[in-house]
Design a protein around this ligand. Sequence first.
Ligand code: FAD
Length: 484
Amino acid sequence: MVGRWLEGMAYVSSRTASLAAPVYPYASAWTFRPDVWAERTRHAHARQHQTVSRGRWNVVSLQCAAFALPGGTRPVDLKSGHPYWLVKNGLLHAFPRLVEEVRCDVLIVGAGITGALIGDHLARAGLQVCVIDRREAGWGSTAASTALLQYEIDTELQDLAERYGIDDAVLAYRSCLQAIGSLRRLTRNLRGIDFQPMQSLYFASRWYHQRRIEREGALRRAHGFKLEILQRAALQQRFGIDSGAGLLTPVAAETDPYQLAHRLLGRIEARGGRVHARTALERFTPVRGGVHVETDGGVSIRCQQLVFAAGYEAQRWIDQSVASNRSSYAFVSEPLPGLLGPLDKTLVWESARPYLYLRRTADDRLLVGGEDDHVDIPMRRDALVERRAETLRRRVLALFPALPLKVAFAWAGTFAETADGLPFFGPHEQHGPRVHFALAYGGNGITYSLIGAELLRDRFLGKSHPCTALFGFPRLKRKAGRSG
Ligand SMILES: Cc1cc2nc3c(=O)[nH]c(=O)nc-3n(C[C@H](O)[C@H](O)[C@H](O)COP(=O)(O)OP(=O)(O)OC[C@H]3O[C@@H](n4cnc5c(N)ncnc54)[C@H](O)[C@@H]3O)c2cc1C
């Protein structure tokens, strides 16, 4: 360990501050602090630097990461600032820490929205479920989510079709469409959840995106998706947006993901399942007929199936690089009762990447996100929260100049993207058939989480699910451009 540390120090100090500083604010010859680096980065970041930076910087980052990896499972710093759901709800329920040995059918690592949805689906299917989380429930990325629920994937249907063929592209879109309906039905049975059906407007924010948007609309329509293709006059008249083209889809929604996760976790307990906060998986070993897990408190768990619903931290358990981490910024405005106009019923997002996105909240605020960084460096993210919120505010005002928009709470969070915008659900060959991953990565992560919950439930019940192949790790071996 010391050797690696010295190697890293020597490597970094041989670079000049001017070379190192622009990329890694705490990796310059003068300011480099290995203890800070070790605390604030970790395996996930090392992997992300690996994919983002190449050449000389890659070497620097890997050398630094080498001594940031003591082999334990210390948490990644997932969020900055004041995520609104935590401010609004507080700690909804303190689930107990796990202190005794447990046997269960399925152990789920992660009590965010993904783990909560999976656990709820499995418990309702009659399986004995145990959910553990190293933090408080919902305290990971779920608390930072802006929670626009859309069937539209960050990768447009036309791009997905080019990559995997039209059948699989439509399958992905249609599954997301159905997932919005499933989420709606699910929340109907959970009283008091902030869940609001909405429409979604995707508009061309660059003049040269206009034709692309129109082609996208035509392709979706040809495959049975209901939507309106709006031209400039209609966009101006109905939304006051100055853009050459937009797609208005009637199926979308918004929710409070932290509240929803808590309510689902409560329902798992009510069905006889277990939920434990402040309990981290430290190590696991696939054994005959199941998986043996040890927690940070030295407690053993024996399960037949293990599911990592550990959000962006789950990447540390897979050696293969499957996604890149980014930072996304958000703010919620002071309440704007009666002033939101068409935004009261419409989620809005743009065609540029990274994109600006907006929605209302149940208490009449405007929730705005975007300004993503290509890399996720927690210290840098902490420092940028207020400035990025102001940039986002100005960008919204450029679209809707009459809104008296004031930032109430601003925050940022880690956010992971796969190369094709699709998630991963299922086992990875590295750990065998009983260790499953639920990586609901991408802009519509929550929609994916619902699909993942259905897919894993079907898998454990011995049923097939249409998305198993497309949303599984084996797709990484597929050649782009081929269907099937
Ligand atoms: C700023 C921002 C905006 C977003 N906007 C949207 C949006 O508009 N729409 C949308 O659909 N999605 C959005 N997303 C994505 C969405 O928030 C995520 O897909 C979702 O929250 C991920 O939930 P999760 O349960 O998978 O992860 P998390 O909420 O991070 O939960 C994983 C849990 O696993 C726990 N854990 C990790 N390691 C261990 C371990 N070893 N032992 C025990 N527990 C462990 C963590 O403590 C954590 O609580 C956004 C994300 C961000 C950051």
